[in-house]
Design a protein around this ligand. Structure first.
Ligand SMILES: *Cc1c(COP(=O)(O)O)cnc(C)c1O
Length: 415
């Protein structure tokens, strides 16, 4: 029996993209069981921004485990949780002047989004939440109701309700998407109930790497303030340095009411999530929203160690420099090839092909050449380059060269 095809459910996905059985991983590389090396431009969909098995994080984790420190504790107070909260306050919140309460929902991204949506509805007493075209917020019913993808929504099997969709930044032209939103809010006949919250990604990781401009985000934030609507930024994929700064919204100069973080928060690929919100919004009753895995101490330990990296180096400028290399490469491919376009920012950029069959050929061509990357967008039309943010310029250059040759040969073969 092949357990992967005969025992594991048909729902499996990524293993179909990369036909290999992976065994070890280190830094920007992952190895299959035959010892074949792949450069990782996937980074666990954004869960491995510091690469695989980062030595500083691993050392902290091993020390914690070998000392018989507590692993599972629901939301009891532990020394590991205290250290994480102290360091998160000192390294992330305080220097940015952010006054947020920290909620530990269940350990995944969608858990953070569900907590955010529930809290926004409880605080405002309203039901409606506004999301944007091509948004991705997770697979549980509340998150799915604010997610755009038709295939994923179809999996719900029940009506997805209490949400309305508005055009994202460049869905219409940039200005008119928010003109439309304002029109809807002002029109008692619009059919959209007064919203509790707006939920937005600064760059749509799954929805095709479309980015909101800083001015669009600022205008969205002021519309929310004007109408007393809570602004939730889902920074699960674009946060923790993916686009440079710790929070992807920092450069726009906005302060969301609620922030969702998960993926690279633990820094080690261990499940961990937080929902951050302004203290005035903290209207939860004790235990009103709970879960068994809200205090995964090994994840606290690696998350705390990962914050050392933010103190030790200027991650944002390093990402800017590497993002410039990616952009230059992608722009030169766009100039060379017809029917292509560039999307994204920071170390979440991609090349869009008119024909998703070409994108798919690019991804397999990369795999054959020892480079792992995935697609993004409703038709899988974007080849998405997401190297670890700690990648060296040499490794990045190497991966971009592999990508270029896979693109040229895929374009030649499919046309
Ligand atoms: C991955 C992701 C989620 C969901 O996280 P899970 O851990 O898969 O539940 C939500 N929002 C965004 C933007 C994501 O990229």
């Amino acid at each position: 029996m092949n357990v992967f095809t005969d025992l594991e459910s048909e729902v499996r996905g990524y293993c179909r993209t990369w036909p290999a059985v992976f065994e070890r991983a280190n830094g920007c590389h992952i190895y299959d069981e035959t010892g074949r090396e792949f450069l990782d431009f996937f980074s666990g969909a954004g869960a491995l921004n510091y690469g695989h098995n980062h030595p500083h994080l691993k050392a902290a984790l091993l020390e914690y485990l070998s000392g018989d420190n507590v692993v599972h504790s629901l939301d009891m107070s532990t020394t590991a949780k205290r250290e994480f909260l102290e360091r998160f306050h000192a390294v992330v919140l305080e220097p940015r002047g952010l006054d947020y309460r920290v909620q530990f929902p269940g350990p995944t991204g969608t858990n953070s989004v569900e907590a955010a949506l529930k809290l926004a509805r409880k605080v405002t007493g309203r039901e409606e939440v506004i999301s944007f075209t091509n948004a991705f917020h997770g697979m549980t019913l509340g998150s799915l109701a604010v997610t755009g993808n038709a295939l994923k929504r179809g999996g719900a099997g029940v009506p997805l309700s209490h949400s309305s969709v508005m055009p994202y930044c460049d869905y219409l032209d940039e200005g008119s998407s928010l003109d439309y939103f304002e029109l809807i809010l002002a029109d008692a006949g619009s059919g959209v109930d007064e919203p509790a919250a707006v939920i937005v990604e600064t760059t749509q990781g799954e929805g095709g790497l479309k980015s909101a401009s800083e001015s669009w985000l600022r205008r969205l934030s002021s519309i929310c303030r004007e109408h007393d609507i809570l602004l939730i930024v889902d920074d699960i994929q674009m946060g923790i340095g993916r686009t440079g700064p710790f929070f992807s919204f920092e450069r726009a100069g906005i302060v969301p009411d609620i922030v969702c973080l998960s993926k690279s928060l633990s820094g080690y690929g261990l499940p961990m999530a937080v929902t951050l919100f302004r203290p005035e919004l903290d209207v939860w009753e004790p235990g009103e929203h709970n879960g068994t895995f809200r205090g995964h101490n090994p994840a606290f330990v690696t998350a705390t160690a990962a914050l050392d990296l933010w103190e030790a180096s200027d991650i944002a400028s390093e990402v800017d420099a590497k993002a410039g290399m990616v952009e230059k490469e992608l722009m030169s491919l766009v100039a060379e090839l017809d029917h292509t376009d560039h999307r994204g920012r920071g170390l979440a950029q991609g090349l869009v092909f008119d024909d998703p069959a070409v994108t798919s050929a690019v991804v397999s061509g990369c795999f054959e050449r020892g480079l792992i990357l995935e697609t993004s967008g409703p038709h899988g039309e974007v080849a998405k380059l997401m190297p670890p943010v700690v990648i060296t310029e040499e490794e990045l250059e190497h991966g971009l060269g592999t990508f270029r040759s896979a693109v040229r040969s895929a374009v030649g073969a499919v046309r």
